[in-house]
Design a binder for this molecule. Structure first.
Ligand code: FES
Length: 160
């Protein structure tokens, strides 16, 4: 069934006619060209498809697009503002917290959600929060360092 959905995507209001049963991941990637949201497992296990829905990290491969009616969606393309990288994006680059980069958009958005909830996370809290975002390149130690660096940056000013 075709639904008319209204929501905010990367801070811009959007109206879309779409089959509401389709997964948000495929609407973002195929219909809207936002390919920073990655397809990994398609089963809610890897975290590659993570986006923010009302500021919470969410697995877009598991969400029927009809469920985003009236909500605020942020993808990795929407995190930088006015040409300035978000502190988490900058920290991942500065700390070299990636190798192939496939998992990185999901990692960054999950870290964002964590740092909104816990501005001063311990390493153990970061490990627990990031446990279900899989990285096959073994960058975990640098990812934890990057999130700690980003936490300092976000406490010092820019949150969103
Ligand atoms: S593609 Fe959604 S969790 Fe893996």
């Amino acid at each position: 069934m075709i639904d008319t959905l209204k929501f905010t995507l990367n801070r811009k209001p959007l109206q879309l006619k779409v089959d509401g049963e389709r997964r948000l991941l495929w609407v973002l990637r195929s219909d809207l060209g936002l390919t920073g949201t990655k397809y990994g497992c398609g089963e809610g296990i890897c975290g590659a498809c993570t986006v923010l829905i009302n500021q919470k990290a969410s697995r877009s491969c598991q969400i029927p697009v009809k469920d985003i009616q009236g909500k605020e969606i942020i993808t990795i393309e929407g995190l930088a503002e006015n040409g300035r990288l978000h502190p988490i994006q900058k920290a991942f680059i500065d700390r070299d917290a990636l190798q192939c980069g496939f998992c990185t958009p999901g990692m960054i958005l999950n870290a964002y959600s964590l740092l909104l909830e816990k501005p001063r996370p311990t390493d153990a809290e970061i490990i627990r929060a990031m446990n279900d975002n899989l990285c096959r390149s073994g960058a975990h130690v640098r990812i934890i360092q990057a999130i700690q660096t980003a936490a300092q940056g976000m406490r010092g000013g820019r949150k969103r």
